[in-house]
Every structure is written in structure tokens, then in C-alpha cells.
Design a protein around this ligand. Structure first.
Ligand SMILES: Nc1ncnc2c1ncn2[C@@H]1O[C@H](COP(=O)(O)OP(=O)(O)O)[C@@H](O)[C@H]1O
Ligand SMILES: [Mg+2]
Length: 248
């Protein structure tokens, strides 16, 4: 079953057709990668799903429900979390507090009950602990977020996303700007999450994409150039010409 369905999505910025008619289904529990050269429209595609930008045309369906144009702050409650290309944390809050904000904000009992004391919400502490455990940051729970290394801040970004108990996780170049060892850490984390969450991954590192993906869609000038298994995409001549060829 498709958890996320995109139908004929378009986004124009003036004369630029950043997304130009993308139709795509993401199967529940799968890891679906979106690749393509810089400027292909990948981030804009995510922004249309999460409501950061309003699509010019087309529809976004999540779990069979039309969520086109839902504002970004509604997304975590719907079950969609996103990690950003740049980390988006509160630097002067502790690691645990950063995760708390996300866990509290999306907890069903917290919704509409702003005066409820957080200690009285069952399961909240577990959610925070689980999210920190998942990414391996428990030992840093009490530290200020901006004291973390660059790589650990990226892991915190993941923990914040996971604390919202998402069903769908959108990852936009999670290894961008990381050292080789931090990149490896993030790849291993994505592999651990695979199968337990539905994941859509924008990524440039081809070895990672080929290894972890169930399915790959290739964007090129706002359109889908090809879609298929890693093997099929690796062997696709149009893809090689448009993208892989340029890097080879
Ligand atoms: N907010 C914006 N305003 C104007 N143009 C934009 C905006 N966001 C993206 N674009 C343009 O849309 C195209 C696709 O960009 P983007 O989605 O960031 O590509 P990718 O993530 O694949 O590198 C580019 O030409 C980019 O300059
Ligand atoms: Mg991008």
C-alpha cells in the first residue's frame, strides 16, 4: 500500500518550473530515494509535501487523505517528520530539551492542553529516551545543543524528528557537509531506521543510495526521468547521461 502519493505535482517560481508534473507513490515501510543533479527540484518537492511552499498544481495524499497545502506545523501531528539539509535545533536548549519540544508538541494528550503539566503526560519521558537512544545521544542528554559536534547535531536533528513518532520521515541530504566518519554514522542510522519507518531520502552519495534504497526516483529539470530498483537505475542509460555520467 502507498503511504504517500503524489499526483501531478507542479511548483513554479516565476518562469522557473522547479517541479513540473511529478507523480510518485511511496510504499509503506519502504526506503524511497530521490536523486538528481543540483537544481533538479528535489528540495522543492519536499517543500511542497511539507507545506513550506504551496504547489502550483497537483495533490499530496498521505495515508489516503488529501493533505495538499497543509501548513508545516500541522505535519508532525499528521505523522510526517522532516530532517533539514541544515540542522534546525535550539542551540541554547539541552539535547533532551530539544527532543522534549518535539515529543511534547506532537503528543496526543498535549494537544489543546497547554496548561497540563508535562510530568503528567504518560509516555513522554519514554519517547524522549527512545529517540535519544535510537540515535545514540543518551550520554549527551544534559549538554547544550550547541556544544555538540557537527555530526552529533545532525543526530540530534534525527532524534527531534523521531520524537514526533512519525510514520513518514523525509530526509534531505542527511550526510551533506559531514566528515567521512560522521557520514558513516548517519548511513548506519538510516539503515537501522529502514523497515521501521517509511523513509524518503534525498541524497547525493551514490554508494549509499544504491545500498539502502528499495526504490529510486530520478529528478531532472523538475520532472521524473526514471524510477526503479537500484539495479535498474544503475543500468539506465538516460540516468547515466543525465546524472551518473557527469560524476563518473
Ligand atoms: N524559493 C525559491 N524561489 C525561487 N526559486 C527557487 C526557490 N526554491 C528553489 N528555487 C529554484 O527551483 C529550482 C529547484 O531547486 P531545488 O528544489 O532547491 O533543487 P535541488 O534540491 O534538486 O537542488 C532551482 O532552479 C532553484 O533555483
Ligand atoms: Mg536540495
Amino acid at each position: 500500500m502507498a503511504l504517500l502519493e503524489i499526483r501531478d505535482l507542479h511548483k513554479n517560481f516565476g518562469a522557473v518550473a522547479a517541479v513540473a508534473g511529478v507523480t510518485l507513490s511511496v510504499e509503506q515501510g519502504s526506503l524511497h530515494a530521490i536523486i538528481g543533479p543540483n537544481g533538479a527540484g528535489k528540495t522543492t518537492f519536499f517543500n511542497c509535501i511539507t507545506g513550506e511552499v504551496a504547489p502550483t498544481r497537483g495533490h499530496v495524499l498521505f495515508d489516503g487523505r488529501d493533505i495538499t497545502g497543509s501548513p508545516p506545523h500541522r505535519l508532525p501531528a499528521l505523522g510526517i517528520s522532516r530532517s533539514f539539509q541544515r540542522t534546525s535545533i535550539f542551540p541554547r536548549l539541552s539535547v533532551a530539551e530539544n527532543v522534549w519540544v518535539s515529543a511534547y508538541g506532537t503528543h496526543p494528550l498535549a494537544a489543546g492542553a497547554m496548561l497540563r503539566h508535562a510530568d503528567t503526560i504518560p509516555g513522554l519521558d519514554e519517547r524522549i529516551r527512545d529517540a535519544l537512544h535510537e540515535v545514540g545521544l543518551e550520554r549527551h542528554a544534559g549538554r547544550l545543543a550547541d556544544e555538540l559536534s557537527h555530526g552529533d547535531q545532525r543526530l540530534l536533528d534525527f532524534a527531534i524528528a523521531l520524537a514526533a513518532s512519525p510514520r513518514l520521515l523525509l530526509l534531505d541530504e542527511p550526510t551533506a557537509g559531514l566528515s567521512r566518519s560522521d557520514t558513516q554514522m548517519v548511513i548506519e542510522l538510516v539503515e537501522r531506521l529502514k523497515g521501521r519507518y517509511t523513509l524518503v531520502l534525498i541524497e547525493h552519495k551514490m554508494d549509499m543510495v544504491m545500498r539502502v534504497s528499495d526504490r529510486i526516483s530520478v529528478m531532472y529539470f523538475g520532472r521524473l526521468l526514471a524510477e526503479g530498483s537500484p539495479e535498474a537505475i544503475r543500468g539506465d542509460l538516460r540516468v547515466r547521461e543525465a546524472y551518473l555520467g557527469r560524476r563518473a
